[in-house]
Design a protein around this ligand. Structure first.
Ligand code: ADP
Ligand code: MG
Length: 580
């Protein structure tokens, strides 16, 4: 075959492959265009998770009738004139590709009116064919309708996730731009239902409250710092307010949402010693730096950027966050631990600090490996499937481990892991006859972000089966009426949030799988913590309950609940074996 230049249509479809991955990508491009046009009101209407319709209405500058055709033309943009402009891009768009790409994989209509004209004009694009402009009456601004997305790319359509997931991606995109632009009034509708709206008052904390709930909005800490590298503004969470994933750490570079693992890492490091392992802060941080110091043209969807002075930027960000955190919670710096520590885990003073700052703090999994066992006294791990021997309690060490004597030596039991196992098995045993719930004397209201609320709604029957009784309480909010009776004494909100976090991480959870995961998660939340002093009676009960378990040797996540130091091992270590 000889070399040929691709037709405009094929070239656009190839470009669309990069720019338009899913409905949320269309939403992103259209919002960016509206923002670039200076709109301060943007309304987004979605039908069938964006597969049927995505419509974005703005009150921005509009497109003159004579330029509508150009707008949907590939590499046509009003935002760049020459190559030099590429190095100081201050608009969100500049590649002139989005509308052409979207038009090549959907039925697109574009109507617009500039302020100075009395009428607007509209065109339609279908399969690369553009209809001539027609006049129509409308308020100033632009409306883009994208219907039947991917109608001509069945492969893309097939790879879309469930409606729930696609909606969640859309919600995330709109939330992000809402956070980045507190001065813009956003409204998002799914199938005629208003999912959320921001007021456009310019108050970021208010937007955070709208998107993440009033409680988080109240708790977040303001960051403000400016040095010769960078200006950083926005909000971060206090150490007690964390997530199990990085999804709520948002960064904006010159108002553009940016994904850069190095940025999340710099921020997480600023929390050094304040977060337990596997927990991440929440953040909406705005980095401002001269446009020529950052290259935005490295990624087709512009989600990644390249910084000129990387190291300086990350350090400056880390400092800004650290300063805000310390101003909020003065934390004594933990010096070097010095001297040998006999038992695993951080030094006690360090733990106290952690616990004071974050009551949910638990000993991080890795610290179990430290201490005497890792230092030469190899412990004996017992296969998980055999039961526990009858144990006699000796006491508790480091408010974390129970020590017991068994028929063959010493046993150290991790109280948290053991309790997790006990609760998990009780739950699983009760599961098939409907888990008993306990009605709360005082019902509690809990708020979710729109996408989490979607999940809660979808999984209501499962949550009910697990013993949670929830009642709708307006957008994003639920009243907790009852919780699983097995888990008395745990904050109902913490329990429910733990359950929902699991739904969030999974893209398309398997019913069976998810149920067990939720139970494991909730049990983790409900189990006694490391650092909690147990009375001898409580300790004994815990050991008895553990003995009754089917797999008492590991927690539901697979960590050991106990370590055995056999008499034999003790003898060897004390040099008692061999000729005396
Ligand atoms: P880019 O945003 O990279 O320039 P697009 O394909 O997204 O490319 O848009 C092409 C052009 O159409 C833009 O440069 C802009 O002039 C015009 N345009 C698109 N959407 C809007 C809008 N909502 N309001 C005003 N002008 C718009
Ligand atoms: Mg654009």
């Amino acid at each position: 075959m000889s070399i040929q230049i691709l037709s405009e249509e094929v070239a656009s479809q190839i470009a669309a492959g990069e720019v338009v991955e899913r409905p949320a990508s269309v939403v992103k491009e259209l919002i960016e265009n509206a923002l670039d046009a200076g709109a301060d009101q943007i309304t987004i209407l979605i039908r069938e998770a964006g597969k049927r319709l995505i419509e974005v209405v703005d009150n921005g500058a509009g497109i003159p009738a004579g330029e509508l055709n150009l707008a949907v033309h590939r590499h046509a943009t009003s935002k760049l004139k020459d190559a030099a402009d590429l190095f100081r891009v201050s608009t969100l768009g500049f590649r002139g590709e989005a509308l052409a790409s979207i038009g090549s994989v959907s039925h697109l209509s574009l109507i617009s009116r500039v302020q100075r004209e009395d009428l607007g004009a509209g065109i339609k694009v279908e399969g690369g064919e553009i209809t001539p402009p027609t006049q129509l009456g409308m308020p100033p601004g632009t409306t883009v309708r994208v219907e039947h997305l991917f109608y001509n790319v069945p492969a893309r359509l097939k790879f879309l996730k469930t409606d729930r997931t696609e909606k969640r991606h859309i919600n995330d995109v709109v939330s992000r731009y809402g956070l980045a632009n507190p001065g813009v009034r956003f409204k998002l509708h799914h199938d005629d239902e208003l999912v959320f709206q921001t007021s456009g008052s310019g108050d970021l904390r208010e937007v955070i409250s709208t998107i993440y709930g009033v409680e988080k909005g109240r708790k977040v800490i303001e960051v403000f710092s400016e040095d010769d590298v960078l200006k950083v503004t926005g909000f971060i969470s206090p150490p007690g307010l964390t997530r199990s994933n990085r999804n709520e750490m948002l960064f904006f570079v010159n108002q553009r949402p940016v994904q850069d693992p190095a940025l999340s890492k710099s921020l997480t490091q600023a929390y050094h010693t304040l977060l337990m392992k596997g927990r991440y802060p929440i953040a909406s941080l705005f980095l401002e730096l001269p446009p020529e110091k950052v290259d935005v043209n490295v990624h087709p969807t512009k989600a990644e950027v390249r910084f000129e002075d990387k190291g300086d930027i990350f350090r400056s960000l880390g400092r800004a966050a650290r300063r805000a955190l310390l101003a909020h919670t003065p934390v004594p710096e933990v010096g070097s631990l010095g001297g040998a520590r006999l038992w695993g885990g951080p030094a006690p003073d360090h733990r106290d600090v952690q616990r004071r700052i974050d009551p949910t703090w638990e000993m991080a999994g890795e610290t179990h490996q430290e201490g005497i066992f890792a230092r030469g006294l190899e412990s004996q791990q017992i296969p998980a499937d055999i039961g526990t021997p009858i144990l006699r309690l000796i006491g508790q060490v480091a408010a974390t481990y129970l020590i017991a004597e068994g028929p063959d030596g010493l046993y150290l039991i991790d109280q948290h892991a053991a309790h997790e196992r006990i609760l998990f098995e009780k739950f699983m045993a009760a599961k098939n006859q409907n888990i008993p719930s306990q009605i709360l004397l005082e019902s509690v209201v809990v708020e979710f972000s729109p996408s989490s609320a979607d999940l809660v709604n979808e999984f209501l029957p499962l949550l009910k089966k697990l013993g949670f009784e929830l009642e709708d309480f307006g957008p994003g909010a639920y009243v907790i009426r009852a919780v699983p009776a097995l888990l008395q004494g745990v904050s109902p909100v913490a329990m429910l949030k733990a359950a929902v976090e699991d739904l969030e991480v999974d893209e398309t959870p398997l019913e069976k799988n998810i149920e067990e995961k939720i139970i494991a998660r909730v049990c983790k939340r409900a189990a006694v913590k490391a650092g909690q002093i147990l009375s001898p009676e409580e300790s004994k009960q815990l050991m008895l309950d553990l003995e009754a378990c089917q797999s008492p040797r590991t927690c539901p996540h697979g960590r050991p609940t106990m370590i055995h130091l056999s008499v034999d091992l003790l003898e060897r270590k004390f040099g008692r074996t061999g000729p005396m």
